[in-house]
Ligand binder design. Structure first.
Ligand SMILES: Nc1ncnc2c1ncn2[C@@H]1O[C@H](COP(=O)(O)OP(=O)(O)O)[C@@H](O)[C@H]1O
Ligand SMILES: Nc1ccn([C@@H]2O[C@H](COP(=O)(O)O)[C@@H](O)[C@H]2O)c(=O)n1
Length: 255
């Protein structure tokens, strides 16, 4: 727990690649810290910062488009869990800077300190895959988006990153689609809220933001024992949300 006894609220935003996770996080950030709002300190973190270090052989495979970056084995879940545990207790943490325009090895050379924030938005394809990771989130969102739209967006972003159309489509067929269906989509059932239309779904974002603010207010007031109780009840986040909502039925919308 940080010196001021304040805990960071973790919001997990999962969904397929190019479903709109980053865009949803940006919308929430705007709403939480925009003009006329009670200012909350907010930051965003990508699961792509937690790819594990590759062996030389795997690096060669990655360069040839033959390493599966969409499989759970590609991630360092231990590091992600310990980082988020520290972040939610308001401790300073250092994370690899993921830059899609760089090779993974080059990007992993760069680090940044996460700012101490009230709310940390975390986005990633497999955030809810392991129970120990998904149980860390106060709110779990799943961005729903049909596969054609995701593929069309992914083609645009991959071409902009200098990949060829053929390699993008092959990679999608070989890795992205099977991993989405095998590992990402089955985690939708763990979400507190499934968000169709991503960032365009302003109604859902606006409904959620006051609730996030309540979490921030509660975390500010929370005593260590209260936080420990909340930690023990984690994994039942939806129940926790509804219990808190019942205790405070009149959640006011910000002006
Ligand atoms: N609702 C939308 N309508 C149009 N374009 C969108 C929408 N949501 C996302 N995009 C675009 O699709 C691309 C991928 O979105 P992004 O939010 O980065 O997805 P993710 O973080 O899930 O990979 C980005 O270029 C983004 O601007
Ligand atoms: N070197 C890499 C590493 C990962 N990817 C792809 O990123 C996707 C996950 O990130 P999103 O922001 O799209 O959720 C995942 O589908 C990987 O295939 C990559 O292209 N290159």
């Amino acid at each position: 727990m940080s010196a001021n006894n304040k805990r960071t609220i973790l919001i997990g935003v999962a969904g397929g690649s190019s479903s709109g996770k980053t865009s949803v996080c940006e919308r929430i950030m705007q709403q939480l810290s925009g003009p006329g709002q009670l200012s909350s300190r907010v930051d965003m973190l990508s699961m792509s910062s937690f790819y594990r270090r590759l062996t030389d052989e795997e690096r060669k495979a990655a360069q040839a488009g033959l390493f599966n970056f969409d499989h759970p084995d590609a991630f360092d879940f231990d590091l992600m869990v310990s980082t988020l545990q520290d972040a939610r207790m308001g401790k300073p943490v250092r994370v690899a800077e993921y830059d899609p325009s760089l090779s993974l090895a080059a990007a992993q050379q760069r680090h940044r300190e996460l700012a101490l924030v009230d709310v940390l938005l975390v986005k990633g394809i497999l955030l809810f895959y392991q129970p120990r990771l998904r149980d860390l989130f106060d709110v779990k969102l799943f961005v729903d988006c049909d596969s054609d739209t995701r593929l069309a967006r992914r083609v645009r972003t991959d071409l902009a990153r200098g990949r060829s159309l053929v390699s993008t489509l092959n990679y999608h067929t070989e890795f992205v689609k099977p991993a989405f269906e095998g590992f990402c989509l089955p985690t939708k059932k763990y979400a507190d809220l499934v968000l169709p239309r991503g960032p365009e779904n302003l109604v859902a974002v606006e409904l959620m933001v006051p609730r996030i603010r309540d979490f921030v207010a509660e975390a500010t007031q929370a005593s260590p024992s209260k936080v420990a109780r909340r930690d023990r009840s984690n994994g039942k986040t939806a129940r926790h949300l509804s219990e808190s909502a019942a205790a405070q039925p009149q959640v006011s919308r910000p002006h």
